[in-house]
Every structure is written in structure tokens, then in C-alpha cells.
Design a protein around this ligand. Structure first.
Ligand SMILES: NC(=O)c1ccc[n+]([C@@H]2O[C@H](COP(=O)([O-])OP(=O)(O)OC[C@H]3O[C@@H](n4cnc5c(N)ncnc54)[C@H](O)[C@@H]3O)[C@@H](O)[C@H]2O)c1
Length: 332
């Protein structure tokens, strides 16, 4: 087989992980570029692949696919650049900083016919996949209570937070996407409240460190979606689906970041997850494998851009609700 050449832009936290997962795939050549060339060079040395000077040098190469893992503010221009180059694109979430910007990118994608996969890796996580299967098979009945949790152990750098779009756009958007993906229903209205009792620097860039969103689905089903940057016990990402017939929980594995208060009951048994890298190691690997299959024309797109942008619309409404302290309808 002729090797598939993937160009990767952004060798930061998530880009380094994607590069390692791409390197682990057979017949894949990885070229890395970063705005800080020394960073790309170091990752290339660590992983035994190649670095180029910058994005333009990368696009000058003959690429089959491009993985965009830069900060969010660079996603829209780079997706359009990659689509124009005729490469299949994997773009980390979100597709763009705002929905307005994302809609402009969707127009370019649709006009060019480019293949674009967005990085909602939970769709490739075995637990979320099983929850979707069980719900859709009718094993849970109708849902009376839905609780989604995304809790980082520690906040990322404030410089990252300043360009992240805020906690609900950066973190809760994963829950909005997965809830719509599992249920096949749209979230119609959100009411979000936030708090800032941790690092004051987070408040100084206009963000909150914790938030809860009450989401209402088209059929009236309610979900609470909570997020925080300060979960000292570990990285905790879970979903509870409680139905009229059955209940299923995602994320209750041996590394769940919590402990039981019940005397004599020892749970969990293993080392807790501390980062998203560990919690979703299998999903990130599957995500890159799915992208390479898509590039080779042999797989389905696990996260088409229109669906990711719809989750972004929910996140925008949640941010508007945070700002206004009133419920907000999701604009579509
Ligand atoms: N799916 C997930 O679970 C997940 C997890 C973390 C981050 N993310 C997303 O991934 C993106 C990156 O996040 P991160 O935490 O890795 O950020 P990061 O700051 O650690 O890394 C970003 C890298 O991109 C580089 N960069 C910036 N502009 C560039 C350009 N024009 N060309 C080449 N390189 C450029 C920076 O120098 C930096 O090395 C964000 O959009 C974030 O929302 C997704």
C-alpha cells in the first residue's frame, strides 16, 4: 500500500496526542508544523516523524489529509486553506470561534465538496457508544433524568482559556454534541448559570470556572450538563441516562474520579483518570484511525461538520444564557 500522508498543524496538548496516534497506524506518514517551529521539531523527534517550518511549507507538500489541532482561533482559516488544497480535513472542535464564522466555513466546505471530520471524540468512546445502542434499542425506555458531567482536574493555561470561547463552548459543547448524538433529538432551550470560586485569573478573562446548564430537548426531556475546571479528585467525564425501563451510566469504570461514601464498599478500584488524554485514550486512537479510513475512502464520517456546528449553536445559547441569567432558545 502507498503510504497516506497526513499533515498535522499544532503540536500542543491535543496535537501531540493525535500525532502519536497517527504514527501508530500502518502506512501513515506524518508531517508536523507549529507556529513555534521548535515545538514541531521536538514532537517530530520524539515520535520519529518529520517537521516542516510552518503551515505554508506543510501545504506545499502533497497531502492526503490535514489534522488541525491549533488553538480555536486558527481553525476556520486553516480548514478553508486545507479544503482549497483538496485534502480531507480533521479539525479539532470547534470548527470556528463563533457560529457565524462556522456557517461561513460550512459554505466553503459544501462548495468544495471537502471531507471534514470534527473532533468530538466521545462518539468513538465505547461507553458512549454502548449508551447510544442501549437507548436506541429501547432498553432504557423514555428518559426521565439525564445528567452529563465534564470535570477537569486542573484548569488549562489562562492564555488558552482566553481564546477558548468560554467553559460551556469549550467543555459542555462535548456534552451537547453527545446528548444529541445519543438521543437523535435536538436541544431546543438552555438555561445556564456559572460560578467562579477558584482561580480569579479565569474570571479576569471573562470566563467561569464552573457551570451548570439545564437543557430541554424537543420532546421535553430535561438534561443537566455540568462542567468545572477544578475537580481535585481527577478528570471526571460521565453520563447518566435514567429511563422508564432501565438506567445506564457512562464513565463508571475502575478509574472513576470519586469514591463511595458507603462503609465497607470500596469503589473505584484503580488509579483515577487525571487528564482527558487518559480518560479518552481509546477514543482518540479510534478517532485518528477513523480519519485515516475516511481519507482512504473506506469509512463513514463519525462527526460531520454540520452536526458539530449544531452542538456549537447549543453552546452559544448556553453562553448567552450565562451572560443574561435567563433561559435562551437555541437559534437555528
Ligand atoms: N477534543 C478534545 O477532547 C480536545 C481536548 C483539548 C483541546 N481540544 C481542542 O484542540 C485545540 C488545541 O487545543 P490544545 O489544548 O492542544 O492547545 P495548545 O495551546 O496546547 O496547542 C495549540 C498549538 O497550536 C499552535 N499553533 C497556533 N497557531 C498555529 C498555526 N497557525 N499553525 C500551526 N500551529 C499553530 C501553537 O503554537 C500550539 O503549539 C483547541 O481548539 C481545543 O478546543 C480538543
Amino acid at each position: 500500500m502507498v503510504a497516506t500522508t497526513i499533515g498535522l498543524l499544532g503540536a500542543g496538548r491535543i496535537g501531540t496526542l493525535h500525532a502519536a496516534n497517527l504514527r501508530a497506524l500502518a502506512e501513515v506518514e506524518v508531517l508536523i508544523a507549529d507556529a513555534e517551529p521548535a515545538r514541531a521539531q521536538q514532537v517530530a523527534v520524539d515520535l520519529g516523524c518529520s517537521a516542516v517550518a510552518d503551515a505554508e511549507a506543510l501545504f506545499a507538500r502533497d497531502l492526503d489529509g490535514v489534522v488541525i489541532a491549533t488553538g480555536t482561533d486558527q481553525h476556520a482559516p486553516l480548514v478553508q486553506r486545507a479544503a482549497a488544497a483538496g485534502a480531507a480535513v480533521f479539525c479539532e472542535k470547534p470548527l470556528a470561534r463563533t457560529t457565524a464564522e462556522a456557517l461561513a466555513v460550512l459554505e466553503v466546505i459544501d462548495a468544495s465538496g471537502a471531507t471534514v471530520q470534527v473532533g468530538h471524540q466521545r462518539r468513538l468512546d465505547p461507553g458512549y457508544q454502548e449508551a447510544r445502542r442501549a437507548y436506541r434499542a429501547g432498553e432504557l425506555g423514555w428518559l426521565h433524568t439525564v445528567r452529563a458531567v465534564t470535570a477537569d482536574q486542573f484548569p488549562p493555561a489562562v492564555a488558552f482559556l482566553a481564546t477558548s470561547g468560554g467553559l460551556v463552548r469549550d467543555c459542555s459543547v462535548h456534552d451537547f454534541d453527545i446528548l444529541q448524538w445519543i438521543t437523535g433529538q435536538r436541544i431546543m432551550e438552555v438555561y445556564a448559570r456559572g460560578s467562579n470560586n477558584g482561580d480569579p485569573a479565569i474570571g479576569s478573562v471573562g470566563d467561569v470556572d464552573s457551570a451548570v446548564t439545564l437543557a430541554t430537548f424537543a420532546d421535553g426531556t430535561l438534561a443537566t450538563v455540568s462542567a468545572t475546571r477544578h475537580n481535585g479528585a481527577g478528570h471526571d467525564v460521565r453520563l447518566e441516562l435514567h429511563g422508564s425501563v432501565g438506567t445506564i451510566q457512562v464513565g463508571l469504570d475502575a478509574s472513576y474520579a470519586g469514591r463511595s461514601a458507603e462503609p465497607g464498599f470500596v469503589y473505584p478500584a484503580g488509579q483515577v483518570h487525571t487528564t482527558f488524554h487518559e480518560r479518552f485514550a481509546d477514543a482518540y486512537a479510534a478517532e485518528m484511525a477513523a480519519f485515516v479510513a475516511l481519507v482512504r475512502g473506506s469509512g463513514a464520517n463519525p462527526c460531520p461538520p454540520h452536526e458539530a456546528v449544531d452542538a456549537g449553536r447549543v453552546a452559544d445559547a448556553a453562553q448567552a444564557s450565562l451572560d443574561s441569567a435567563v433561559p435562551v432558545r437555541v437559534a437555528r
